[in-house]
Design a binder for this molecule. Sequence first.
Ligand code: ADP
Ligand code: GLC
Length: 479
Amino acid sequence: MKVLYVASECAPFIKTGGLADVIGAVPKALAGLGVEARVMLPAYPALAGIAAKGKVVWEAEALLGGPAKLRACTAEGIELMLLEAPHLFDRAGGIYLDATGQDWIDNAQRFGALSQVAARVAMEGATGWKPDLVHAHDWQAGLVPAYLRQWGAEVPSVLTIHNIAFQGLFDPTLMAPLNLSPALYTSEGMEYFWRFGFLKAGIAYSNKITTVSPTYARELMLPEFGMGLEGMLRARAGDLSGILNGIDLDIWNPETDPALVEPYTVRKLKAKTANRTEVMSRFGLTPTDDAPLFCVISRLTTQKGLDLLLEALPVLVGRGARLAVLGSGDKALEAGFVAAAHRYNGTVGVIIGYDEPLSHLMQGGSDAILIPSRFEPCGLTQLYGLRYGTLPVVARTGGLADTVIDANEAALAADCATGVQFAPVTTAALEQAIARTCDLFAQPKVWAGMMRRAMKHPVGWDTSALAYRDIYADLLEQD
Ligand code: ADP
Ligand code: GLC
């Protein structure tokens, strides 16, 4: 079975969030199940070196204003198809945002081009390789099913929604330059309040829709979470499923992780301490063994609920705990955390930025990871936390609800707790969760038991890769 993945990010090559981790991991997990997945990505400057080694498998003299080539190559065990279109992708800056932090003005053309080429390859193949189906991810690939429909293609498509907050909405005057028929501009199609939506197009025209956790699949059909698309998703409920993300167990492994100062395992938990000391020192924190070291590794946005953490800091500090924050994003949140680090010098440490190795070290050296998200389609940092025995303290929403077992009395008695959940997502509930975590930490046996259970919790791709394969097989009517 051959599947074309279409996405805008893929770890370890180019990453702004969890989408990249997922796209980098699923194809490898599917390989063992008889699914040959190739990943189509834009050839951003970060991928230029890899693309240069690739073989040209498709080309066009003019693709939305410039020449384009598709190059096939293998890197880090992933089969890639890289779309070289210098006028769209070869530029300094972010992959979505320009140097001033605004969306690139031609994002519709950039990701419209990616979707167009993917649909072409799905229909016609590229030097002998023709996928049986296309799997589009998030709004950047949302037009693939629309083009397939418009061009009368037989090849089926799957759309995965990683985050409905990002819909790719543009002015309808851009539809004609993108070769989209005005017939698609309907309320059941891609029209969204007088604009047109890439993600909405994907929802309307894909054969199956998945999202990244069962709870988020249910939440998406509610007005509180659906962001205006809940009615449409309810109408397609029979084709919508939630498949939990997993993590790459080779990259995220405390026994072999090169970013740790000392490796450890579930049987050698004491070695985690050296990493704890290192994190405290990197964040300028005064060492303590009497209270937990919390960490945050996150985009700083409204989604992640970290404004609530700023409000809850007096409780965390009052309990003698420590906090290490690594993140970037919203300028007001960045400033809020920097100010907190000054105010609670030695207790709260903040590094503004994006640092992959440091994120590994923090998972290795912290006691608990805080994730107070207002919504969370799946979330990966709690899964890394589980694997590293860094207990997740999470809002009860989306994938966080599906992956962490709250340490309530019953769960503790039944020996199955792996973290702390709280609801509703308010400062008061977060404060209570922080206090509860400190109480648990003060009971070393209980805490160590939870660490061990967390580390044994299954967080790999085995089950979910099978679920994806089953969806593909259903669509292709294969066993
Ligand atoms: P989202 O995709 O919504 O940002 P996820 O939890 O699914 O949330 O994935 C976030 C990914 O990005 C994780 O791999 C996390 O470790 C990583 N990450 C987030 N912020 C940073 C940062 N500042 N430095 C390093 N890694 C980060
Ligand atoms: C999105 C979501 C996150 C999810 C990730 C990968 O970025 O915000 O919850 O884990 O996609 O699916």
